[in-house]
Design a binder for this molecule. Sequence first.
Ligand code: TTP
Ligand code: MG
Ligand code: MG
Length: 433
Amino acid sequence: MDVSGKMAFGVMGMLPPTSACSGGFQRNDKRQNQTMKSDTKSEARQKSIIHLDMDAFYPAVEVRDHPELKGKPVIVGGGRERGVVSSASYEARKFGVHSAQPMATAMRLCPHGIFLPVRMSRYQEVSRQVFEIFHSFTPLVEPLSIDEAFLDVTGVERLSGPPREIALKIKEKVLDETGLTVSAGVAPSKFVAKIASDMDKPDGLTVVPPDRVREFLDPLPVDKMWGVGKVTQQVLARLGVRTFQDLTQIPVGLLERTLGKHGAAMHRLAMGIDDRVVEPGHETKSIGHEETFARDILDLEEARKEILSLAGRVARRMRREDVRGLTVSLKIKYADFTLITRAVTLTEPVDDSGEIYATACRLLEKTEVGRRPVRLIGVSLSQLSSPDKETQLRLFDDDRASLKRKGLTLALDSICDKFGEKSIQPATLVSKT
Ligand code: TTP
Ligand code: MG
Ligand code: MG
């Protein structure tokens, strides 16, 4: 970012006279020790939000468990044939390797890379450890995925110091206790904190004081607005919108006409207006359904059918309560009353019956169902959170297919509510007789 360029845009607010870091925002002192501007009294009434996101989470856990891999291009993902990259270490990213890329491509780009399978339960374990650390600073922790969360530290400043200090302490504690680095963004809103945490990865810390939010946002390209998809970006490009500042200068009416009601929301966010509160995850709460069968289930296919029905019921309840869950659990009681549960924590919270069903089926493979008679099956979701976060923003992503699907799902829900469970069922549940 070019400071003089920003001044030419007419941004108010004082920049430090000389600053080694781009834009003059308070960054981690990993590169250079700088004098940081302390928060002023007038900011005391503002919210202080910290967004934390672990750096190259899966590969970082692998490196921590296998120290000989330190500094190497480590790539975690599926198999060579049809798998995709879950995540790559920063060393591997230099070769162009990134999440969601086909494994085969990653192998071509980085033939000397160290390719490792996903060890989900290990990452969940470390994730729990990290979230415990977050919780030791404030109860207001909103999980966003397996490796990231918002923390509202407004109330704890008197106890723990200014937000920047709290963020530093969290980073230190995470490093001490897990050996991993986490990047942090500190800002008066979720929107800005999330963007800030990504500015200086890995091991970053970017602080955006309340009086410098516009100055921080203005020069950023609009694709930093999380959740903005390709279609929206194309629309914005046609309107000549490249940066957040460009976006603020487009009349709201025009944005609404071209992007629907989300146009206005985007306009507000670009201006740095975001009142959303940090909603702590209800980790203890879960939503689930279970079924005890009149006769034991012997067949794997039959078990899957039951799971499909349970997943549908769970999903409907989740949507009715407007929550989504990060952890999917499958409970099995065998005919001899042995009870087992298998659980997986996903990278993104879900409320979609298809995803819940698919996840529970993967868990089913870790049981003896099909080989041992079963008297009860249960499906539940925990680590619940309200979707008023990434997803809501993702809505103006105009991922049309997903919006359509969502609309359809809600319509089906209301029919089920009106006419009962059996009125609409996935095709495999409809009896052929
Ligand atoms: P991210 O936080 O998006 O990525 P990261 O932690 O690997 O790297 P960084 O934050 O430093 O950019 O996702 C967290 C984990 O979620 C990631 O380590 C692996 C998993 N994940 C997938 O399995 N598939 C994906 O497409 C993405 C984006 C992440
Ligand atoms: Mg991460
Ligand atoms: Mg993340």
